[in-house]
Design a protein around this ligand. Sequence first.
Ligand code: SF4
Length: 408
Amino acid sequence: MLRKKIRASKELNQVMSDYYHELDHASKNENEKVAWCSSVGPAEILRSLSFKVYFPENHSAMLGSSRMATDLIPYANAIGYSPEICSYLTADIGAYLKEVTPLSKVYPDIQSLPKPDVLVYNTNQCREVQDWFAWYANEFKVPLLGISTPRTVGEITDSHITFIAQQMEGLVENLEKVSKTNYDLNKLKEVLSLSRECSDLWKKVLDTAANIPSPLTFFDGTIHMGPAVVLRGTKKANDYYKILLAELNERITNGVAAIEDERYRLYWEGMPIWGRLRHYSELFASLKVCVVASTYCNSWIFSAFDENDPFRSMAKAYLELFIVRSDEYKESYIRKMRDFFKIDGIIFHDAKTCPHNTNSRYGMPQRIESVLGVPNLVINGDLNDTRCLSDEQSQTSIEAFIEQLEES
Ligand code: SF4
């Protein structure tokens, strides 16, 4: 049994195709500039300065879902990047060294990645993005700019926001030199307003999963989040989410479930396993279990964006993300998710090469179970390196976990 197909996938494919073709065109046209940006980096500043924005993490997720990643990681290992570190980084650099890209498989007229004119990271998610982008900056001999963000933040204070906002403003002068475009506050406000609308629409899409039965699964979310990641700040992303939201609301009105006869509702904590999305989607569907929500898909909700206070509101939005926060905050966040999405249990994915998006290593599952009374299961795997996971072992654990829910 499969999950119900989303009709809007057709529009999604077109939106993503247009995005990658625009980037390819910009890369070949001297008058257009391409910026590479980390996934929760300052994309709005870049767009306001007329850059076409490319996100290496999205490319690396494509390497994972096309199952190219595992064979490419050793090429990055061979030049000194450990097999223990982020397999987005190692798969992506490996693909570059091997001169392959899944983009050419999906879009045969695109031969290579769009060459960067500048790379911009934000360490809010991890330090790995800085190292990853530094390698490419050296390779392409282009500037590397970045924002350093404190990690494990509890309460967000004015000093935190000032620290980040000043760094964001500090990027502008150097970016103007690369883009040969003057900074325009009104343009930034316009982009930020579109980005905020995208965030609001994406949140509404994800929130439809609070309905019983849910019209949406986490596995759908990992695919349909594409525009929120790579096109936030553009009208195209917003137009797409209006179509998707209408379809999901139609499902709710008609009582249509993503998983027929939904019996249990789970929450996914941690990175997706890109090379096994279909496998796990089918496994849960066969058990009549809907994985309704995840921290991962929620990470592209930036509710603090405010065009009337651009830099401080961007600083706040990019600082208040789950991945940046203390365990105490994360546990209270998961409690809210449990209540809102009416969760029966949690799957923690311990992703071998991403400690930053793995929350099962310091007692959180045990604390959540004893304090919130939510049963959970930790499965070992990885976002991109399929050598780190055992499907048989995970399947046995998941089936036993569902039996445990049946008995409770
Ligand atoms: S958050 Fe994890 S997966 Fe993402 S770039 Fe950082 S180390 Fe890699």
